[in-house]
Design a protein around this ligand. Sequence first.
Ligand code: G6P
Length: 367
Amino acid sequence: EAAEKGGYEHFMLKEIYEQPKAVRDTISPRIKDGKVVIEELNMSDEEIKAISRIQIVACGSAYHVGISAKYVLEEVAKIPVDVDFASEFRYRNPILDNNALVIIISQSGETADSLAALREAQARGLKVLGIVNVVGSSIAREADNVMYTWAGPEISVATTKAYSTQLSAVYLISILFGQIRGTVTKEAYKNMVKEIQKLPEKIQKILEEKERIQWFANKFASSHDIFFIGRGLDYATCLEGSLKLKEISYIHSEAYAAGELKHGTISLIEKDILVVGVATQEQLYGKLVSNIVEVKSRGAYVMGLTTYGNYAMEDTADFTVYVPKTMSCFMTSLAVIPLQLLAYYVSVAKGLDVDKPRNLAKSVTVE
Ligand code: G6P
């Protein structure tokens, strides 16, 4: 097993470090001469133009990719998107017209609820596109179209590289659909294609600064409650950051759309509670800073997560982590990295079984 870990202490850390390569492997083969080409996507331009709405169905972290996808697809391709937990979708009798596209996202391709949701969609005569990591898995075999994420085998129960490659797949689909449906200008298209290819090196840069997060994780390893707040895509990032932390550190954590704080959660904020404020969305930056001020005035200790250049964050947050800038719609891919590292180092500091957390399975093949 030590050999399989390739010198890393845990599979999770190894997989965190494999992300630049995994993201590159998922993106590069689908960009040819500056254009997004998804050969395995067996859909004509007419079919893509006719899509009335997209229904994304998934579980766990893949569901969080779905939440990010809603923001990106709606922004770039202007297609309305719904996102459901597979366990809800399969029993809620959803209203879907014939031109709806169902996308199932799954690392293993074997999650029982996701597979049942796929069958439910097909029984209604709908086309299903699977975004799947494991080649030849049940969802890959049964879906009408499959787009593979090339993350390679993922051993750690808490997903990192599969999640990152799922995000990349979603960006590629969004750019392609946007181009075919004429919702992105030529210039925006060019920029997106250029920016998406820079994500691996930017992820690499964040990984090189892991010591600061490690230090911070040690300081907060004995916390009982941690809150993650963000707006827009930063909220989607918070959902994943919070899940990662609770999965492997057993610390209670919640992710909140920052604007909802005042409708409940703020009553839980008291002295020295850690709040992670994610603020990478330029147009929402000021709003998030106001939310940080609110929780700080109630005694919270705040870790701010923003992009290089927003140095004024240090006037408000107690501890600030910076990530490189990219287009707002791709920010989740960068902002999630310090949150994965935070979860990992908290778990290590507590001496827990990082790769095999209690009560959790890598692939949930029973309902
Ligand atoms: C389990 C795993 C999660 C994963 C979820 C969905 O709960 O521990 O990491 O996100 O299943 O799995 P899938 O294989 O469908 O992506």
